[in-house]
Design a binder for this molecule. Sequence first.
Ligand code: GTP
Ligand code: MG
Length: 139
Amino acid sequence: VQRSLVLVKPDGVRRGLSGEVLRRIEAKGYTLAAVELRTATPELLAAHYAEHEGKPFYGPLVEFMLSGPVLAVVIEGERCIEGFRSLAGATDPTKAAPGTIRGDLGRDWGVAVQQNIVHGSDSEESAAREIGIWFPQLA
Ligand code: GTP
Ligand code: MG
């Protein structure tokens, strides 16, 4: 059975959407292996977003992720990596389909695309790497 790392990003936590994200995860049938409200650090984000280092949006993304607490979650379930990506919807909330977390809840006016409420691991390799970063005790 798969595990995936989900983050409710600072915009989601600030807007009081942590419970709504967890509700959708549980309603889908995934279980929660770990849930913790955390304040990220530059070191942790450098590891988490290593693949994006050097891209134009990297600095603003890290700054945004440091702007408030995040809810770090490990979910568990059959094919939950791809499944949560489906629940989350497209990266840009304007393009995310209705019915998805970003499509239903993402605000795309007056904010940059990095404010898209959630993160979800995009492969088994990323999931293992990211769970190791956020919850080393589970890896
Ligand atoms: P995550 O689940 O958060 O990893 O989103 P993703 O896999 O849909 O997107 P990706 O990994 O490509 O990018 C990581 C995050 O960087 C996105 O979720 C956005 O928050 C941000 N991001 C990606 N592309 C852009 C961009 O072109 N501009 C800005 N400002 N932010 C971006
Ligand atoms: Mg990604």
